[in-house]
Structure formats: structure tokens, C-alpha cells
Design a binder for this molecule. Structure first.
Ligand code: ADP
Ligand code: MG
Length: 331
């Protein structure tokens, strides 16, 4: 059997100050060229897992390999961090008073000055920052700085690019642009990208494979569409969508006959009808989202969400009939 590109076997990292924190017994593999997203709520161990893969954190148990070779930890190397990997840090790590091209060029050796210049220019073009070459970092916006940091990280052609919450400092428009950049880079340069995010949309839009972390454990993995469609855990559904769960007893009033303890429903699995029924839900709140509305519905203290794609159609306080088109069972 061929070696996996990246492989983690029974990897745990427990911090001595808090033995419960960290990650536990992680088993996973990552293929070359894959775009992987590590998703989980805050404190679930995402950054810990990323640092273990990079080698800036040593596991307390288990084994990590890259191309079949042991990944050296921080005490086994002079310069922590795997030579074939680059981590794009949140603080960008740029030389603020140097020019853009200087920040990028400085990553390359001086052996061939002409080639060095050309490669930097190519990289700036690729990331759409060619026009900024002569500007100092302090003169750039946050989004532009992030592109420079990205250019710096990949100019040396690392095999793996690690990203920890790369979108956290960007506004919505820049976020969309940066997502598109990353996707393109992964495809064009064939870099394996491992990205940590607390925003599941990042993972859903970009990743070939998602790893879902909960309390330091890897609870499920797979391609975004399959995981979203058939999550094995309610936690995953809540994380990825606006899912809610109901005791099956309550779901009976919506025509669901289930022997499981709970049923899980995404808002988009609910149909609304304004027809008369005694089992109506009341529209408690309407959240306008632009091209749709998120409706908060209530009946006898139970609250559920539904999506209305025709904004303005319903009024607060109105009664609606709820029809469940699909649901998943959980015990
Ligand atoms: P995430 O990135 O998903 O928010 P982290 O990997 O940063 O989670 O942290 C996972 C858990 O480990 C948290 O409970 C956090 O408090 C704890 N932790 C992280 N870094 C350290 C550290 N250096 N020392 C002690 N505990 C830590
Ligand atoms: Mg983190």
C-alpha cells in the first residue's frame, strides 16, 4: 500500500496545565493536492491539530508522518516547522517599512538575482498585487497585506500551506475574494492546503474534505456535500447549517413518526403553508437576510427556524402550518 501524503495515527496532545484540553486520539490522512478544512467550535482543538501537523507542537502520544517520514517536533529541529510546509499566520509577519516586493523577494535565496526578481513578479501578478510592488506595507489595507503575506508564504513553493483562521480579519467582500484566490492557488499550483476555520462556510465552499472537531476529538470527516447532507452528529449539523433538533414527541405534531429520541432538521427542509390548522406555529421573529428571510417560529415554547425565499410574504405574529420535507434521526 502506498504511503499517505500526510498521516496521523492515534495522535494526542494534552497540555500539562489542563490535561483535558488539546486533542485526543486523532486518526486521519490527507492526500497530496487536497484542500482540507478543519472545522469546529472555538476551543475544539483546531489550532492544536494544525501545529502538530506543522511540527511546531509535539504530540504527547501517536505518530505523524509526511511522505512516509516522521514529522519532527519543535525539539527535534533548530527551526521549528516542517521544511516543506508554510504556515500563514494571522499577524502576517511582514516587514512593515519595507516595500511589497522586498517582503516577497526576501524569502528567496540570492543565488540567481534575476530569477529571484522574476519569480517575485510572477507571484505578485498571480495574486493581483503587481501594482503594489513599490508600496510599503504600512501603506496597504488589511486585505492587501494579507495577499502579500500569502505571496510570501507560497513563493518558495511549499508542498503544504497551513492556514489558521485566514479570514478572521477580512470584511465580507475581501473574504469572498480571498476565498477565490485560495481555491485558484490550490488548483493552479497543486499545493495541499490545510485550513482551520470556525466559520463553516469557508470549509463548505473551499474544501475537498472536512474534518469536524469536537472537544479535541475528530468526530467525522468527508466531503462537504455528504457531511452536510448526512451528518452523523447533531453537533455537525448545527455547526454547518442552522440545524435544530426536536424531541420526536414534539415532531409528531408536524406529521413525523420517528422511534428515535430526536430528529434533526435544517431550516431549508421546512415548507410553510398559510392554510388553516390547529397545530400552527407562530412567527415570532423575522430576520431579513437580503434575498431570503430567516423565520423564527414558536409553538408551546418550542422554537424552530424556517427559510422564506419571498421576503415580505409573512408578518410577525402570523400563524403558519409547518410541513417537514426531510429529517434525520438521532438518539
Ligand atoms: P481552537 O483552535 O479550536 O479554538 P485550540 O487548539 O487553540 O482550539 O485549543 C484547544 C484547547 O486547548 C482549548 O481548551 C485551549 O484552551 C487549550 N489550549 C490551547 N493552547 C494551550 C496552551 N498553550 N496551554 C494550555 N492549554 C491550551
Ligand atoms: Mg484556534
Amino acid at each position: 500500500m502506498p504511503e499517505s501524503f500526510i498521516s496521523l495515527k492515534n495522535v494526542s496532545k494534552h497540555y500539562s496545565v489542563d490535561l483535558d484540553a488539546g486533542v485526543s486520539d486523532i486518526n486521519l490522512t490527507i492526500d497530496k493536492g487536497e484542500f482540507v478544512a478543519i472545522v469546529g467550535e472555538s476551543g475544539s482543538g483546531k489550532s492544536t491539530l494544525l501545529k502538530l501537523i506543522f511540527g511546531t507542537l509535539a504530540p504527547t502520544a501517536g505518530e505523524l508522518t509526511f511522505n512516509g517520514a516522521h514529522i519532527p517536533g519543535p525539539h527535534e529541529k533548530l527551526l521549528p516547522g516542517h521544511d516543506s510546509m508554510k504556515m500563514l499566520s494571522q499577524d502576517f509577519n511582514l516587514n512593515l517599512y519595507a516595500k511589497v516586493y522586498e517582503n516577497i523577494e526576501s524569502m528567496l535565496s540570492n543565488e540567481n538575482v534575476q530569477e529571484k526578481k522574476q519569480r517575485s513578479l510572477d507571484m505578485m501578478e498571480l495574486l493581483g498585487i503587481g501594482a503594489l510592488a513599490e508600496k510599503r506595507i504600512v501603506e496597504l489595507s488589511g486585505g492587501e497585506q494579507q495577499r502579500v503575506a500569502l505571496a510570501r508564504a507560497i513563493i518558495t513553493r511549499p508542498e503544504v500551506l497551513l492556514l489558521d483562521e485566514p479570514f478572521s480579519q477580512l470584511d465580507a467582500v475581501l473574504k469572498t475574494q480571498f476565498r477565490a484566490d485560495l481555491k485558484r492557488l490550490g488548483n493552479d499550483l497543486g499545493i495541499t492546503i490545510i485550513m482551520v476555520s470556525h466559520d463553516p462556510v469557508d470549509g463548505l465552499t473551499l474544501a475537498d474534505k472536512m474534518f469536524i472537531l469536537k472537544d479535541g476529538k475528530l468526530i467525522e470527516s468527508g466531503d462537504p456535500a455528504s457531511i452536510y447532507d448526512k451528518p452523523s452528529h447533531i453537533y455537525t449539523a448545527r455547526l454547518l447549517g442552522n440545524a435544530f433538533s426536536l424531541p420526536s414527541e414534539e415532531a409528531k405534531t408536524m406529521g413525523i413518526k420517528s422511534k428515535a429520541a430526536n430528529v434533526m432538521i435544517y431550516p431549508e427542509w421546512i415548507q410553510l403553508k398559510s392554510s388553516w390548522t390547529s397545530k400552527k406555529y407562530e412567527i415570532e421573529e423575522i430576520f431579513f437576510r437580503g434575498f431570503y428571510e430567516d423565520l423564527l417560529l414558536e409553538r408551546k415554547g418550542i422554537r424552530i427556524h424556517a427559510i422564506n425565499t419571498k421576503p415580505g410574504m409573512y408578518k410577525k405574529g402570523q400563524g403558519v402550518q409547518v410541513v417537514i420535507e426531510r429529517y434525520l434521526e438521532f438518539d
